[in-house]
Design a protein around this ligand. Structure first.
Ligand code: PRP
Length: 187
């Protein structure tokens, strides 16, 4: 496994391995299986970043379930959130009266899931919970809990396993964090 990655002058180090991710997903899925026994939740992935986590997570889920997707954009190609969340693709499923589990790859500023919470609550779900593989510590803008958290991480820029660097490297199997920032801009 590559320990260090250099992209456009930025240096990244291995942070969370694919084995650690796999083990943590099993633990999260076990909790979800217990909490949703006898129910049929809808997992709602937030594109693009969550697609790999969602696909690995639901393959460890043993209760009947459905899936759907939102597509949002808050970062564009930048490393820091623009502070503006835009809805690029709405849901196709009916949320009313259903158990909804929103799946994120990362909660950073919290703006995206706060935005999603408002949209979903308007449709009166039976229940609404959030699962995120990564949660950045000390989020000032989040006034509700993320129910299932894979890893709490510091305020570093992270890539891989769905998380992009200027739309690339989502296909890395592990998660890497920025250690040395170069002067080059993402291409
Ligand atoms: C990323 C990530 C989350 C969101 C989290 O999405 O996938 O959806 O940012 O950040 P926040 O808590 O500060 O809102 P991004 O907008 O980069 O799009 P992507 O999923 O296509 O990478």
């Amino acid at each position: 496994m590559t320990e260090l990655l250099r992209i456009n002058g930025d240096m990244f180090e291995l942070f969370i391995t694919e084995e650690q991710i796999r083990e943590r997903i099993k633990e999260l899925a076990a909790r979800i299986n217990a909490d949703y026994a006898g129910r049929v939740p809808i997992f709602i992935g937030v594109l693009n970043g969550s697609f790999i986590f969602l696909s690995d997570l639901i393959r460890e889920v043993t209760v009947d379930c459905e899936i759907d997707f939102f597509k949002l954009s808050s970062y564009g190609d930048a490393k820091i959130s623009s502070g503006q969340v835009t809805l690029l693709k709405d849901l196709n499923c009916q949320v009313f009266g259903r158990d909804i589990i929103v799946v994120e790859d990362i909660v950073d500023s919290g703006l995206s899931i706060a935005f999603i919470k408002k949209i979903i609550e308007k449709e009166n779900p039976k229940s609404l919970k959030f699962v995120s593989l990564l949660l950045k510590k000390g989020i000032p803008k989040l006034d509700f809990p993320v129910d299932y958290i894979g890893f709490e991480i510091p305020q570093d820029f992270v890539i891989g396993y769905g998380l992009d660097y200027a739309q690339k490297v989502r296909n890395l199997k592990s998660i890497y964090r920025l250690t040395v920032q170069g002067t080059a801009k993402p291409e």
